[in-house]
Design a protein. Structure first.
Length: 295
């Protein structure tokens, strides 16, 4: 039986209309093994240590930028007598996707399974990345107009710069094995995950995925479980309920409207699944969250 360590399912602002959070942290004793279904990157400002991502280890020191995929098991170790000071940024996969046929930066995710999950920056590149993150951190904690739009732009710039450095630093043989427009990635689980993220608001069944990706329904079910630790049905419910929570908190839409918006055919089904997952019905969740935010 596959072992899955701690599954962290939440972070500040996760259920808001802009699921994004950046913080500056000091780790004196590392961080325990865990996984989550959101994206995260870190950037080391000072100190030394190491990180394990799916049992692959790399050093961490000033200038180390790491991008962690959803569901990857990762753990941080701090060297004796050291404090690791780093920025951590957590955000929804949806922020990398564009509307329509434009894939946005979602291609980063499929390539991450073959290319290194980190880069070590030096000199001017290190200072440039630090400046970008300091600007992002300041903007995040501010209240200026168009704050979210600017943060999304900075997020994309940071990830593009990381990706460019990653390709430069990857061994030539490794990079040559992954053409920029490789069709091989379509046989991995990530295109399936992306498709579910983009279409969970519609009726979606394993048979639909099997037809689209030319795989058996049982094989798709297997790779989703291997990657996420969840069955397809639980994975689909998680995405729909997360969207529903953000709409309950940030809009005045009725519960019935929200049920239909996130992909449930009826209020009754939505309310039952929401209560089973959250231990509370949607209307009471909305009241509790509004009360929490004003106190």
């Amino acid at each position: 039986m596959t072992y899955f360590p701690d599954y962290l399912k939440t972070y500040p602002n996760m259920h808001s209309s802009f699921p994004f959070h950046i913080s500056k942290n000091t780790l004196g004793h590392g961080f325990r093994a865990h996984r989550h279904d959101f994206l995260e990157f870190s950037y080391v400002i000072e100190g030394t240590g190491s990180e394990s991502i799916n049992d692959v280890n790399h050093e961490m020191r000033a200038g180390t930028f790491t991008f962690v995929l959803p569901y990857q098991v990762h753990e941080i170790f701090t060297d004796p007598g050291q404090n690791l000071v780093l920025y951590n940024c957590m955000f929804s996969m949806d922020l990398l996707m564009e509307s329509g046929s434009d894939p946005g930066l979602s291609g980063l995710l499929g390539e991450m399974t073959a290319l290194p999950a980190y880069v070590q920056l030096h000199g001017q590149d290190q200072q440039q990345m630090l400046a970008l993150l300091e600007e992002m951190y300041q903007e995040y904690n501010g209240t200026e107009r168009y704050r979210q739009t600017l943060l999304k732009g900075k997020l994309k710039e940071i990830l593009i710069r990381f990706d460019r450095h990653r390709w430069k630093q990857a061994p030539l043989a490794e990079a040559a094995a992954i053409p920029l427009h490789s069709t091989k990635t379509h046989h991995s689980v990530w295109p399936i995950i992306h498709y579910i993220h983009r279409n969970y608001q519609e009726e979606l069944a394993l048979s639909d995925l099997a037809a689209k990706f030319a795989m058996s329904a049982s094989r798709i079910s297997e790779v989703i479980k291997q990657t996420t630790g969840q069955t397809f049905v639980h994975f689909l419910h998680d995405l729909r309920l997360r969207h529903a929570c953000s709409l309950l908190v940030s809009t005045e839409m009725s519960v019935t409207e929200i049920a239909l918006e996130v992909g449930y055919g009826s209020y009754k089904t939505f309310s039952r699944i929401f209560r089973e997952s959250k231990g509370i019905v949607p209307k009471d969740y909305r009241k509790a969250e509004h009360h929490r935010r004003v106190t």
